[in-house]
Design a protein around this ligand. Structure first.
Ligand SMILES: [Zn+2]
Length: 446
């Protein structure tokens, strides 16, 4: 017996065809290349099983990376810092096994400590991590590690199509689990983090080894990797909650530190006389590092917010804003903190301030839409969601939010069009139930 798409989705048994359909046209186009099969490892020439062609790796970057970067509040508005990270990254990836990949680099506005890459080489380092680094060699170690993941094709190897399925399903789950009532809850986030979260320990070891190799090839002292691992080890011990994804396995950290140290003193000993670039690092990141008190206050506020300690969170975000009124993350986080307490009008003021500070970044527009909807201003809500959609196309939940705004404005025909579009993405859960129910009661569906 054949299962329906909805049944397969519910049972987490999506076929390859389903997944490609969900993933949209660009991935489907590249799927003419085989979805899974053997390839030669770019790193050592051995045969590896990959689930994504290079074209698909590129397509995944294009489709998902912008959404994840926006989740981390976008690239910092600091041209110097972004250009610097790109320069160091380029110096490294030119010495890697896959110099032809479409690498790109940015410092992200997020305050927690993290760095990640998409399979094609779209990379981000959080500002929270940047201000902890001590020199360029440590930055090179960090970027080298991420470039290592791209070169060993870890994302492509990891269960191949299983991974792609996981990403697509989590995109839908995020779209459908959102508490749509009240609609202040932000619906429809692409689950790109699924793509980034689960490298194996062997993958991490290999990325460390490749990272250290590339940084030495690019003329950095191998001690940069030791410094980076030491720093992460220290952070993991002191503030484990701030270490995410790539650094989450604590027992690994001391092993990784020890391995890096042995390689630096043995195989790469001759590199140790190279300049670690402390002055250059301090110089090029001066503006970013001047914001460290703001970043720390935001970090503390986010920790309080995650524990629903709203007063403490608000106090910390307020402190950050007194230090730097035009800080996009601080404004956005204050707005989220107030929205979480139902203080929608106040939240809107901060969300509007955030949008004014950084009009190219999409999250403020989405929050404004949600708040306008909660404040019974459906036309303004629609305009904000539409702006979000234009800034960051491809969010599966946005059609629902636009439909809900149109419904609230009494524009049934346009609302129905958006609900139908939302249901076409295969969405499930409360928003999908709502959309289907409306389409039925309005006579568009039987
Ligand atoms: Zn890693």
């Amino acid at each position: 017996m054949h299962e329906s798409f909805a049944q397969r989705l519910a049972a987490n048994r999506l076929t390859r065809r389903d997944v490609l359909k969900l993933f949209g046209a660009s991935l489907a186009a590249s799927a003419t290349a085989s979805l899974s099969g053997c390839a030669t490892s770019p790193v050592d020439g051995s045969t590896i099983l990959v689930g994504m062609s290079e074209a698909q790796e590129r397509a995944v970057d294009k489709e998902l990376a912008p959404h994840q970067f926006s989740q981390d509040m976008g690239a910092v508005q600091d041209g110097e810092a972004n250009a610097y990270v790109a320069e160091v990254g380029t110096r490294l990836h030119q010495k890697s096994h896959r110099p032809q990949m479409p690498y790109s680099y940015r410092v992200l506005n997020a305050n927690y400590l993290n760095a990640y890459t998409f399979p094609g080489g779209a990379m981000g380092v959080t500002r929270g991590l940047m201000v902890e680094l001590e020199n360029e060699a440590q930055l090179a170690a960090l970027l080298g590690h991420e470039i290592g993941h791209v070169n060993a094709r870890h994302a492509a190897q990891r269960q191949g199509q299983g991974l792609v399925a996981q990403v697509a399903v989590s995109a839908l789950a995020a779209a459908s689990d959102a508490r749509w009532q009240p609609l202040v809850a932000v619906a429809g986030q692409i689950g790109a983090s699924a793509l980034l979260a689960s490298y194996s320990r062997d993958n991490e070891r290999e990325a460390d080894a490749l990272g250290q190799e590339y940084m030495v090839r690019a003329g950095y002292p191998a001690s940069g990797m030791v410094g980076l691992q030491g720093l992460l080890l220290k952070e993991a011990k002191e503030k484990p909650s701030l270490i995410e994804t790539m650094f989450s396995s604590h027992p690994m950290s001391s092993e990784r530190y020890e391995t890096a140290r042995q390689l630096a003193q043995g195989k790469y000993a001759s590199s140790l006389t190279a300049n670690p670039g402390r002055e250059r690092f301090m110089d090029r990141t001066a503006a970013l590092r001047a914001k460290k008190p703001v970043i720390d206050a935001c970090k503390e506020g986010e920790t309080a917010l995650s524990k629903k300690k709203f007063d403490e969170a608000g106090e910390r975000f307020g402190h950050a804003l007194r230090l730097l009124p035009e800080d996009y993350p601080a404004n956005l986080l204050m707005a989220k903190c107030l929205a979480a307490q139902g203080k929608n009008a106040e939240a809107l003021r901060y969300a509007e301030a955030a949008r004014q500070v950084y009009p190219q970044e999409a999250q403020a527009a989405k929050l404004i839409g949600s708040l306008r909807l909660a404040l019974h201003q459906p036309e303004a809500a629609f305009a904000a969601f539409d702006q979000f959609d234009r800034l960051l196309p491809g969010d599966p939940g946005i059609a629902f939010l636009k439909g809900a705004s149109l419904e609230a404005a009494g524009n049934r025909k346009a609302a129905a069009e958006h609900y139908a579009r939302f249901l076409k993405t295969g969405a499930t859960g409360k928003p999908a139930e709502h959309a289907r129910e409306r389409l039925k009661s309005w006579g568009y569906l039987r």
